[in-house]
Design a protein around this ligand. Structure first.
Ligand code: GMT
Length: 384
């Protein structure tokens, strides 16, 4: 197949999933064309069957903001035509589902048919997408996609609850995935010694430091854990809440125990030395970062929101609590860190659960879905 992929190129779950999916499909012999505003972060080395088309910055003194949607639509029209694509797969509904629909209509007016698939990732539905400023457009564009996938059952249900989805329209759940060859426990003892020289436990949180991640809860839970268990906290990533989080560390006097590491490429090396992963998010359609931790045999203390219970199994791979229940999260962490037998069982369970989400199992699901959508939409197109 010749597949066009549209995604956000920056750090963030949807871009990572889109890029790894595209690279995986290319390994299986498909031609994959990334059409993005900049080189996706995970597309950092040459790979056979992978192509990259940059969407130029359409600037003009009259524009207050560069009209990215228009530039992307034009690019899609050209790439579909000249690279002879079979299908367009866009990740994150805003604005990509709308742009794909417009490109499809333009191509149709030229006698060229292209089926489109939208993958919903989370905040495009649960947060931004349902705001009145976006909702009518998101709802329309999702309904007009030939295929729609959601990264968890929870996100599918949220979409059906929040939006008026055309009757009979199927939203297919295809779970997020990871590369088990990359995310696995490796011996990094020298590194562990540098971070925790006295054998302290290491807790870790990785995110884009947006409000929805509740980084303050990570720090407040850590404070309670630290009072009972000698430990260190690694905070990986960056974003709007970082300055607040730094201030909180100063206020509670734990600056020496909490390290802000910023954006890190080799997260798996940090996970390899960690004992527990903390994800207290207010909203989380899947929680890819938690899954990556579990593949490295790190149990997870998380909130029970969104798709997290589909990833982190309460009492088996970690513990779940209501959003904001910092005391309970800390108590569960202390219990687990203090019980070696339970910890070993949870580590093994976490790995076993992560293996279910191996990219090699998920790639055929996408291929099957592409074929299904291409067949069905071509049939409908011919009827018209
Ligand atoms: O909100 C983020 O963390 C980024 C966002 C994205 O779209 O880039 O992540 C969402 O998609 C990820 C990949 O599908 C999921 O693993 C995250 O759970 C989801 N984030 C939220 O729902 C808050």
């Amino acid at each position: 197949m010749k597949i066009g992929v549209v995604c956000y190129p920056t750090y963030g779950g949807s871009g990572v999933v889109a890029t790894e999916l595209g690279k995986g499909l290319a390994r299986r012999g498909h031609d994959v064309h990334f059409i993005t505003s900049a080189m996706p972060v995970r597309l950092n080395s040459f790979q056979n069957n992978v192509y990259y088309h940059e969407v130029g910055n359409a600037d003009y003194p009259l524009f207050q903001h560069s009209p990215y949607d228009t530039a992307l639509t034009s690019k899609l029209v050209n790439v579909v035509k000249y690279e002879n694509l079979d299908i367009l797969h866009v990740h994150y509904a805003i604005p990509h589902a709308t742009v794909a629909y417009l490109a499809k209509k333009i191509l149709l007016s030229q006698g060229r048919y292209i089926p489109t698939i939208t993958t919903l990732h989370g905040t495009d539905i649960t947060l931004v997408g349902k705001e009145p400023a976006f909702k009518p457009v998101v709802e329309f564009a999702v309904n007009k996609s030939d295929g729609v996938t959601a990264v968890s059952e929870s996100l599918k249900n949220d979409t059906l609850n929040e939006f008026n989805i055309t009757e009979g329209k199927d939203i297919r759940v295809i779970y997020n995935f990871l590369d088990l060859a990359r995310f696995r426990k490796a011996n990094k003892d020298h590194f562990k010694k540098a971070i925790a020289p006295n054998g302290e436990k290491i807790l870790i949180h990785t995110s884009n430091f947006r409000k929805v991640k509740r980084v303050d809860d990570v720090i407040l839970a850590f404070k309670r854990i630290y009072e009972k268990v000698p430990s260190k906290l690694l905070l990986v990533g960056d974003g709007p809440q970082r300055a607040n989080a730094e201030r909180l560390c100063r206020e509670i006097g734990l600056c020496d125990e909490i390290r802000f590491l910023g954006k890190q490429e080799a997260v798996e090396e940090l996970l390899a030395i960690s004992d527990l992963f903390i994800m207290p998010s207010e909203s989380e359609s899947f929680g890819l970062a938690a899954l990556e931790a579990m593949a490295c045999e790190v149990p997870v203390i998380s909130s029970n929101i969104g798709g997290l219970p589909e990833v982190n199994i309460h009492g088996e791979t970690g513990f779940l609590s209501n959003v904001g229940e910092v005391d309970e999260m800390a108590a569960n962490a202390i219990r687990l860190l203090g019980n070696d037998t339970m910890m070993q069982t949870f580590k093994a369970n976490a790995l076993r659960q992560a293996e279910r989400f191996d990219i090699e199992n998920i790639l055929p699901e996408y291929e099957g879905y592409y074929n299904e959508v291409m067949e069905k939409s071509l049939y409908e197109f011919r009827k018209v």
